[in-house]
Design a protein around this ligand. Structure first.
Ligand SMILES: Cc1cc2nc3c(=O)[nH]c(=O)nc-3n(C[C@H](O)[C@H](O)[C@H](O)COP(=O)(O)OP(=O)(O)OC[C@H]3O[C@@H](n4cnc5c(N)ncnc54)[C@H](O)[C@@H]3O)c2cc1C
Length: 388
């Protein structure tokens, strides 16, 4: 595995900011209006050397963790939430692969990921189990001659039909509820069928599509780890990376909305008084409250991510809480920014139109706010996280 030049967090954030303020910002409106998957933006981020961001340095990656991922997604989310999530989901998939990759998987998948030549993503959700993504029903059956056959349906697969591979969760035959195996599915494998193109209310560049698997042959070499031993993936790898990618994205959306509101209030001048809206006490008070809410949430997220990176056992409740906190905060901030900016924002194509639609995905993307609050409480009360 060729080692990549080390990039510290500042360098990573500098490169991300350049792409975010360049092509990502330039295409944000088109991505939303045309529900266009932001492939050029992802390629620009890969070309900047960020494809293997969270792959350990020993496997050829940049070796960054949850904190850098959060901040990368935040920078992207300030300009285009779809670009942030699509790039974030690539890293979640890469982190799951890297957790137990065999030498063959390192060469076939992680090498190209680190070289910026392979995009992956996570296919966990299913129509039957909905928000309960940790109970996959997709059937993974061992074949007599070796390898497996996969049958079932995935839904909301971000980067669907565009990624080079999918990290798919499954339940091995006759296993108990909660059995969680993962395998890598290269795009174009016979037996894969994509559903309709994605037409979301927001996150319109996500290409979050339905995927049918019928009689898909999975070689044993594409299984990640061993059959059924991977429920630990959910809380050790999938959830932390997934949560922080989403947390960063919606912090970015909220930040952008608050900035829009602040610039608007400074510029809005009333003809009857000659005063700006920024000079009104009530509006000053409301902006102060929103800033404080956002900053408090951001600091919780950064602290949770840093504790997770340090392997602190106390990180779990914070990691679980911060995506729920961001969902509440980001929806509040975008909503309030809209009220602060008044009627000018209440029309198609206004500065907040896209943010308002994008941010509503924050509480419903799994782990949903309901489940995160439940798990946080269970972690604090020493109760098993899953189950009734
Ligand atoms: C834009 C977008 C992108 C997505 N990208 C991906 C992706 O890349 N990969 C992927 O695998 N999935 C993805 N998803 C799927 C997502 O993570 C959820 O799994 C999915 O939205 C669940 O939808 P549902 O309507 O079936 O929820 P339901 O299961 O019907 O839940 C509806 C509501 O009920 C609540 N609820 C249900 N059961 C309980 C319970 N026992 N206790 C408390 N509350 C409960 C839920 O919290 C939720 O608020 C994406 C979704 C969206 C919207």
């Amino acid at each position: 595995m060729t080692a990549r030049a080390p990039l510290n967090q500042d360098a990573v954030l500098g490169l991300t900011a350049e792409v975010a303020r360049g092509p990502v910002q330039a295409r944000a409106r088109q991505t939303d209006e045309e529900a266009r998957w932001p492939g050029e933006n992802l390629r620009a981020l890969q070309a900047a050397g960020l494809g293997g961001l969270v792959v350990p340095a020993a496997l050829g990656g940049l070796g960054h963790g949850l904190h850098t991922l959060t901040r990368v997604c935040e920078l992207l989310g300030q300009h285009c939430a779809s670009s942030a999530i699509t790039f974030g989901m690539h890293h979640v998939g890469a982190a799951v692969m890297a957790a137990k990759a065999t030498p063959a998987q390192q060469a076939r998948y992680l090498g190209p990921i680190c070289a910026g030549e392979h995009l992956t993503t996570l296919a966990l959700s299913e129509p039957g189990t909905g928000a309960h993504f940790y109970y996959p029903q997709l059937d993974l059956r061992a074949r007599a001659g070796g390898g497996f056959e996969a049958n079932g349906t995935k839904t909301f697969v971000t980067n669907g039909a565009h990624a080079d591979s999918y990290v798919v969760s499954a339940r091995s035959q006759d296993a108990d509820l909660g059995d969680f195996s993962c395998f890598v599915l290269p795009e174009g494998t016979p037996g894969m069928t994509w559903g309709e193109p994605w037409a979301g209310l927001g996150m319109r560049g996500n290409s979050a599509r339905r995927l049918e698997l019928r009689g898909v042959q999975v070689p044993a070499s594409d299984l990640l780890g061993a059959v059924g031993d991977q429920i630990w993936y959910v809380f050790n790898v999938v959830a932390p990376y997934f949560l922080m990618a989403m947390t960063g994205t919606y912090l970015g959306v909220a930040d952008a909305a608050l900035r829009e509101a602040i610039s608007h209030l400074k510029a809005r001048t009333y003809s009857h008084s000659g005063r700006t809206a920024a000079q009104e006490n009530v509006l000053q008070y409301r902006v102060g409250g929103l800033w404080s809410e956002l900053e408090r949430t951001r600091q919780l997220a950064y602290a949770a991510a840093q504790a997770g990176d340090a392997g602190d056992p106390a990180a779990l409740p914070a990691l679980l809480s911060c995506k729920a906190a961001v969902a509440d905060t980001a929806v509040l901030v975008v909503n309030e920014a809209m009220s602060l900016m008044g009627g000018v924002t209440y029309r198609d194509g206004s500065a907040l139109d896209r943010h308002l639609r994008d941010v509503r995905a924050a509480p419903v993307m799994s782990p949903t706010t309901d489940l995160l609050r439940l798990w946080t409480g269970r972690a604090l009360l020493d109760q098993p996280l899953l189950g009734e």
